[in-house]
Design a protein. Structure first.
Length: 665
């Protein structure tokens, strides 16, 4: 049997008949050895991430990083950046200057030429020369040289000026001594990107270079950076100045303040600080604040931007998270246990700069820091000072903690809504049992009356126009969402019924197009308890569905408090003042005026409720609006009046008692 199977198998040829052996197609002659900087020109993406606009400006980053390393090491006090009309970019510093003496391993070549033409050559592998440095691979300036149409280097050392010219990475002549100089030292790099690599239309953008140069000055307060650009290169719509000087003694705190501009902050202060370079553990500088917007972190390692973050950002996250949680435990705020690092940073603006020895980056473009030690260094540096900052400013700390807890509760609510949406996606819509829905299926022209109690709900259901008016009774006072956690809100049946009846979702999941009614009308008794219930409902809508208010959907009904009759005439009064006005203006003669006071909506006959409060022809509706555009101020006011701190309400009463009128209730 096995033999028969073997006989039925056919041999599959590996190459066409008569073709030469495949071995002869791949020999030693096909092995190509790229020397010098040729690998960079063949595969620039391996070294600068590509040949697009970002990669083009990365050349400038590599050059200015070398000058910044001199400044951070204490050897340079200024850097000058000049963009000329011919497309050449020049970076000058007053540092020590690139070494120009002969290199011992390359006879006939200066150290400068070796650095400019050899990959992995430089002075940053040995920490004796640079304690911290942004360029550690030894490829930065040589890559710039390889990808430049022309690059000219000038070095002033020991009162002598040296110059060498390169084209596409190749030296055009040996290093030349061009004469004596006095009161000058440092390095000048002048180069023009190669159009063969980046395309003929590629050119440096003044605005982008300006921003990059300015950010470097923020990162090291001891350096002054001078900027100059040919005026003809600046477009009319571009606000980039032709000349500028950057020097920021405040460092990252100045940087963050400038970045936030007029953004409304959650807290008044900026939490900022720095630790000085202590050798092995390097130095850390940071600035953090919170604002009513989308958060961001701008991080740097040895002045090199790390847009993809890394281990140093993880250290900052741990420090802020653990510090806030510890403060919550200290003050007895149990909700602090809910927060995560994302909750802390989702609305934080943060600047972080670290200086460490021999950092490890992900890729040559250094977009992400991978040094594990950086996490511990940053966390230790920030955590202790953050703890002191929180305890020293309890008002600011409490405000920040409440803000972050709100973010945590919102995250939990979104997750719960997502789970509920997943579970109910295939189920038929089920409305609350107490909801008397209207017959019209379209939202236009429809109204939902939220009424106080089953008794009032019964009257309202009989008084409504069934085609366009729906009624949802709520029993008693609803949950005060201003001082309740997300777990209590989720477990509250009345609010769940209300959310379900409206159908539009809450907070981040709110969709105005899904709202089932054009108007949402709060209809409560015309007394203090009714006003309190209305306040609780408005608080709920503001916290959970603010767009429902801003889009003009929320209203307050104005039911009467009194019924006035004389003979065959009957009128209704909203309050005591309105009652007195009606008695004086509507009734004449000596007949007795019968005054009846409604204890609640439930005592009104359906016909009376319809006539006074629900029929569009006769009723009065008050639209709920947010008068100011400062959402953060409104939130603070609601938290003060409806939150869980009675001392805040007491203070408000004291501050505003003189403005209160005599209330007869």
């Amino acid at each position: 049997m096995a033999n028969k199977r073997r006989e039925n198998l056919k041999e599959v040829p590996t190459r066409p008949r008569g073709a030469p052996s495949a071995d002869s197609d791949y020999t030693a002659d096909h092995i190509e050895v790229l020397e010098g900087l040729e690998p960079v020109r063949r595969r620039p993406g391996m070294y600068i991430g590509g040949t697009d606009e970002k990669a083009l400006h990365h050349l400038f980053a590599e050059v200015i990083d070398n000058s910044m390393d001199e400044a951070v090491a204490g050897h340079a006090s200024w850097i000058e950046v000049v963009l000329d009309a011919d497309g050449y970019l020049t970076v000058t510093d007053n540092g020590r200057g690139i070494p120009i003496d002969p290199h011992p391993k390359f006879p006939g070549k200066s150290a400068l030429e070796v650095i400019m033409t050899t990959l992995h050559a430089g002075g940053k592998f040995d920490s004796k020369v640079y304690e911290t440095s942004g360029g550690l691979h030894g490829v930065g300036i040589s890559v710039v040289n390889a990808l430049s149409e022309e690059l000219i280097v000038e070095v002033a050392r020991s009162r002598k000026l040296y110059r060498q010219v390169f084209k596409r990475g190749l030296a055009q002549s040996p290093l030349a001594n061009v004469g004596d100089v006095h009161n000058r030292r440092g390095t000048v790099i002048r180069f023009k990107p190669d159009t063969e690599i980046f395309g003929r239309s590629a050119h440096f953008q003044p605005a982008r270079l300006f921003k990059m140069a300015r950010s470097k000055a923020y990162l090291f307060s001891g350096v002054e950076i001078r900027w100059r650009c040919a005026q003809e290169l600046i477009e009319e719509k571009d606000q980039t100045p032709g000349e500028a000087t950057f020097h920021f003694p405040g460092g990252l705190k100045d940087y963050l303040t400038d970045a936030l501009g007029k953004e409304r902050r959650v807290i008044d202060d900026v939490f900022a600080g720095r630790t000085h370079n202590n050798g092995k553990h390097g130095a850390v500088e940071w600035a953090v604040t919170w604002f009513a917007g989308d958060g961001f972190i701008n991080s740097y390692c040895n002045t090199v931007p790390t847009p993809e973050g890394g281990t140093h950002e993880a250290g900052l996250r741990y420090a802020l998270l653990r510090g806030l949680k510890a403060y919550g435990e200290l003050t007895g705020n149990k909700k602090a246990s809910l927060i995560t690092g994302d909750d802390v940073l989702t609305s934080a603006g943060a600047m972080l700069s670290v200086f460490i020895r021999e950092p490890e980056f992900v890729g040559q473009t250094k977009d992400k820091l991978a040094t594990n030690e950086a996490t511990r260094v940053v966390e230790n540096a920030v955590r202790d000072q953050f703890d002191h900052w929180l305890t020293a400013s309890p008002n600011q700390a409490n405000k920040l903690l409440e803000w972050v807890i709100d973010r945590a509760e919102e995250r939990l609510r979104r997750r719960q809504e997502k789970d509920v949406a997943r579970k109910t996606a295939v189920r038929k819509l089920r409305l609350p049992g107490k909801l008397a829905d209207c017959a019209t299926s379209q939202a236009a022209g429809t109204e939902l009356f939220i009424v106080e109690g089953d008794s009032a709900g019964g009257s309202a259901k009989q008084a409504r126009a069934r085609a366009t008016q729906a009624v949802l009774p709520l029993r008693g006072k609803i949950l005060n969402v201003a001082n309740a956690g997300r777990d209590k809100l989720a477990a509250n049946q009345q609010l769940s019924d209300l959310i379900q009846a409206l159908g539009c979702g809450t907070r981040g999941s709110y969709r105005d197009s899904d709202l089932r009614y054009e108007k949402v009308v709060i209809m409560t008794d015309a007394d203090v308890d009714g006003a309190h219930i209305a306040s609780l409902l408005i608080t709920f809508f503001y916290r959970e569905m603010p767009e429902l208010i801003t889009n003009g959907h929320l209203y307050l009904a104005v039911p009467p408090l009194y019924r006035l009759s004389q003979g065959g005439k009957t009128v209704y009064a909203r309050d005591d003042r309105h009652k007195d006005e009606l008695i004086a203006s509507e009734f004449k003669g000596r007949g007795k005026i019968e005054i009846g006071r409604f204890k609640g909506l439930g005592e009104m006959l359906p016909a009376q409720l319809k006539e006074t409060t629900m029929a569009p022809a006769n009723r009065t509706l008050l639209q709920v609006r947010i008068q100011d555009v400062d959402q953060l101020s409104t939130k603070e006011t609601i938290d003060r009046l409806m939150g869980n701190k009675p001392e805040a309400r007491f203070q408000f009463i004291q501050d505003n008692a003189e403005f209160a009128e005599d209330l007869d209730v």
